[in-house]
Design a protein around this ligand. Structure first.
Ligand SMILES: *Cc1c(COP(=O)(O)O)cnc(C)c1O
Length: 378
């Protein structure tokens, strides 16, 4: 996933739903009665089912979900956050700045590497509106570290009568550890652990369209839903159609692992990728001129898009070394081609990682590579 390249590619069902919703749609109309209803009704029901939360809403993106939640729950009051979680997400989303924009007052506790439950406890005042936990989606800290788990913070919030918000960031809906990947918090676990409100993105590990999901207790989510700013960060009908279709796939987690591209790429078996790399290399050797040297190589893939930071996924790629032109010349021809093709350069070779390349993509890749080969010569 790459934010600059549109993050998660949509699953087939979501693509079809977007096409269907692109004309007139029964967006806010109940077909039974012909009267007005909420555009959120289907995603709300699905999110409640998939996370076990009492209430759920979808907004434009997770940045909006966090800003809206802070504004609705803590404007003019204090919000406690660990110094180890005052993060910046790409595109100038910085937790301290978002707090300021919401009109709430940031109260920092703990240190960069260690924050304990008693740090939060000691900072509680009658003016505390919210305890906030932020997932470190795009970096990792190692060594002499301690952080407070969402459930522990939820227990403190319950004792003190202060709601707890968890900005989960990348937003996995399935247990990644069950497929041999590093474990990521899930919304269901956070809700079960007593967190009052959880926010996450639709287009990171969830593998859907751009969206911000807010799930949690009705008493808290209701305050967020009815805040005037909610209308300003409303989700649009195409996003909503794609989100609903993606969430429906998750009702059967095994199907989700196959049908949602982000999950199928993350879960791909390296041995299958190695076989595919040999197949693709054999096809390319037949089609490309002898000025292109085609090899199969082991690679390291990353999730990207602010998810699973530092996690290296063993993978396989096809490497192409042009002998008639600098590798950058080929790389540029690929980028400006139709469809545009983006690859990595390593060791003077173009690297095409099979983890991101389904066999249905091969014909387009072959055509674009042939063009690059013909235009790259002297
Ligand atoms: C990605 C991320 C955001 C922003 O989400 P968008 O959907 O890109 O707006 C906010 N908080 C965390 C922790 C994130 O990882």
């Amino acid at each position: 996933m790459h934010t600059n390249l549109g993050r998660a590619p949509l699953c087939a069902a979501a693509r079809e739903a977007v096409a269907a919703a692109s004309g007139y749609a029964v967006l806010e109309t109940d077909p039974e009665t012909g009267t007005r209803t909420s555009r959120q009704r289907h995603v709300t029901a699905l999110l409640r089912e998939l996370t076990g939360a009492e209430a759920a809403i979808a907004v434009n993106n997770n940045a909006a979900a966090v800003l809206l939640s802070l504004t609705a729950l803590a404007r003019g009051r204090e919000v406690i956050v660990s110094r180890g979680e005052l993060v910046e997400i790409g595109g100038s989303f910085r937790i301290p700045d978002i707090m300021a924009a919401s009109g709430s007052r940031l109260v920092e506790v703990g240190t960069t590497n260690k924050t304990y439950l008693h740090d939060y406890d000691a900072a509680l005042t009658p003016d505390t509106a919210l305890l906030v936990k932020v997932h470190r989606s795009n970096f990792a800290i190692r060594g002499f570290v301690h952080e407070v788990a969402p459930g522990e913070l939820a227990a403190l919030g319950q004792r003190a009568g202060v709601p707890v918000l968890f900005d989960m960031g990348s937003g996995a809906l399935v247990d990644l550890a069950a497929r041999g990947l590093p474990s990521e918090p899930t919304a269901r676990a956070a809700v079960a652990g007593g967190v009052d409100v959880v926010t996450f993105s639709g287009d990171k590990l969830l593998g859907g369209p751009q969206a911000g999901l807010i799930v949690g207790r009705e008493a808290i989510v209701g305050r967020i839903r009815s805040h005037p700013m909610a209308r300003a960060v409303r989700i649009d009908k195409l996003d909503l159609a794609a989100l609903e279709a993606t969430l429906r796939v998750y009702r059967d987690p095994d199907r989700a692992w196959e049908a949602i591209p982000v999950l199928s790429m993350l879960g791909a078996d390296p041995r299958a990728l190695e076989r595919a790399a040999h197949d693709l290399a054999a096809r390319l050797r037949k089609q490309l001129p002898s000025t292109a040297i085609v090899e199969v190589r082991p690679t390291i893939a990353e999730a990207g898009g602010g998810a699973l930071p530092g996690v290296e996924l063993p993978s396989w790629g096809v490497a192409i070394r042009p002998t008639d032109a600098p590798v950058e010349t080929w790389e540029r021809s690929l980028r400006v081609a139709r469809p545009p093709v983006f690859c990595r350069i390593a060791d003077d070779r173009l690297i095409f990682d099979l983890r991101t390349l389904g066999s249905s993509d091969w014909p387009a890749l072959e055509a674009v590579l042939k063009l690059a080969a013909s235009g790259a010569g002297p």
